[in-house]
Design a protein around this ligand. Structure first.
Ligand SMILES: Nc1nc2c(c(=O)[nH]1)N[C@H]1C(S)=C(S)[C@@H](COP(=O)(O)O)O[C@H]1N2
Ligand SMILES: [Mo]
Length: 437
């Protein structure tokens, strides 16, 4: 099938999102498959068919051929237990992040907790202070939900003056999506009997950092979980084993790992991570605080920075969209730097606060162009351009960067990160890889 046989729905060769699935395009032609030209019976045996396979294992691991698909660790110089590891979003597909590739943010390493000794204490403004063992919590009813956890510092290299040239996941991969299973927090709060004056719940972790953050009681009693399982198995140590607070749609920092106390109070605790961090100075000089809900966001992962298109022709563009405010309702893709947009197909399932996969067919004519995606969520919020975000937030941005991401394609098909607008706008001076989330 020729380029001329299909009508572009937006500039630079973006095609109807249903085209690939309709069968109107023959994939064997697109990917350059020659006809096999021989009967199936003639396909020769391979060496691994002539001897028994490897032994069984107690716990599986990825193929050794996939060993390059790993998290990228960036820790603070001189303080190796403080840092992050980035999820390789550019290597993955589907909506679930394998547990071993879930991003990490630790302020002082991963505590090696003995589960039999771990306790969750609920105290403060309550009728009955309670203390739970993990075994006791495991006897409570559990629910499951798929959702992302995203660090409020994710994508913050976007605030830099020059576009950073990292693979997509090593720039936007402080977000991951899992199935989390645990006890609805409201059940245990009801048993403790929250006093009417209380409006906040202060959560504390059992790591050597002693992470402490405040969660409004209304959210705590709405959809939060005391998470015990991740993707079907008990939490990974890195994700908070044996117990973490899950606060769906809210910035990572409130999802306290290694959870040990929940203290009900009539005020937030005003801890470091809700005052000095995850807070930013606005153009009018006031501080933007307690902005815990993560805004609508998307990025193309296939292809993305560092990848190369194999010559002009048909491609499927694809990526991830999510919103802390609910479901993603629309993702549009542009191949002309935002001048025109085509609707992408959203893969099922489309769930609130969860990764949503989008895909759109594209015919690349071999000329330089800029690829972008733009997500809209069910509240009607639309992902802003970088210029609009800088305009609204000013030059002291450090957290909560969620602007449209632009990938430049050059005539050789090589992709790099670029800014299509506001390239000269003053941006944060802080090096995002040398600072602290
Ligand atoms: N106890 C504790 N909880 C914590 C942290 C921590 O360092 N200690 N880091 C927080 C931050 S800033 C983020 S973004 C998320 C990261 O969760 P993850 O490591 O499971 O991806 O955990 C949050 N909960
Ligand atoms: Mo974070």
């Amino acid at each position: 099938m020729q380029r001329d046989d299909v009508t572009a729905v937006a500039g630079n060769g973006l095609l109807d999102r249903r085209l690939f699935l309709s069968g109107a395009l023959k994939f064997s032609a697109i990917v350059g498959l020659a006809s096999a030209g021989r009967a199936a019976a003639d396909v020769p045996d391979e060496p691994w068919m002539r001897e028994p396979g490897a032994a069984f294992s107690n716990y599986g691991a990825p193929s050794p051929h996939e060993k390059a698909v790993v998290r990228w660790i960036s820790a603070t110089a001189g303080a190796p237990t403080n840092g992050v590891s980035w999820s390789p979003l550019h290597e993955l597909d589907g909506i679930l992040t394998p547990s071993g590739l879930h991003f990490e943010r630790h302020h002082n390493g991963v505590p090696q907790i003995e589960p039999a000794q771990h306790r969750l204490v609920i105290n403060g403004d309550v009728e009955r202070p309670l203390e739970f063992t993990i075994d006791a919590l495991l006897r409570y009813p559990r629910v499951s939900r798929l959702c992302v956890i995203e660090c409020g510092g994710n994508s913050n290299a976007g605030w830099l003056q020059k576009p950073i040239q990292n693979a997509a996941g090593y720039f936007h991969g402080l977000v991951s999506c899992s199935e989390w299973t645990g006890v609805p927090l409201r059940l245990v709060l009801a048993e403790a009997g929250i006093k009417p004056a209380a409006t906040w719940l202060v959560a504390e972790g059992a790591d050597a950092f002693g992470m402490t953050v405040s969660v409004p009681l209304a959210k705590a009693q709405d959809d939060c979980l005391l998470a015990l399982f991740q993707n079907g198995e008990r939490l990974r140590p890195e994700q908070g084993y044996p117990l973490r607070l899950l606060v769906p749609g809210w910035e990572g920092v409130v999802n306290v790992k290694w959870l040990r106390t929940l203290t009900s109070s009539d005020r937030p605790v005003m801890a470091r991570n809700e005052t000095a961090r995850y807070t930013e100075l606005q153009p009018d000089g006031s501080a933007r605080m307690f902005t815990q809900v993560m805004d609508v966001k998307s990025l193309l992962t296939k292809p993305s920075a560092g990848m190369r298109l194999d010559g002009p022709g048909f491609y499927e563009l694809g990526g991830l969209a999510w919103s802390g405010r609910g479901r993603v309702t629309r993702v549009e893709v542009s191949a002309d730097g935002g001048a025109s947009w085509a609707d992408a197909a959203l893969n099922d399932p489309v769930l609130p606060q969860c990764f949503t996969r989008f895909r759109v067919p594209w015919h690349w004519d071999g000329k330089p162009c800029v690829l972008q995606s733009r997500a809209t969520d069910e509240t009607g919020a639309v992902q802003p351009t970088r210029a609009a975000l800088l305009e609204a937030r000013g030059r002291h941005g450090y957290f909560h960067y969620h602007a449209i991401v632009s990938w430049q394609v050059d005539a050789e098909g090589v992709l790099t990160h670029t800014y299509v607008d506001a390239a000269d706008a003053p941006a944060a001076a802080t090096d995002p890889f040398d600072a602290d989330w």
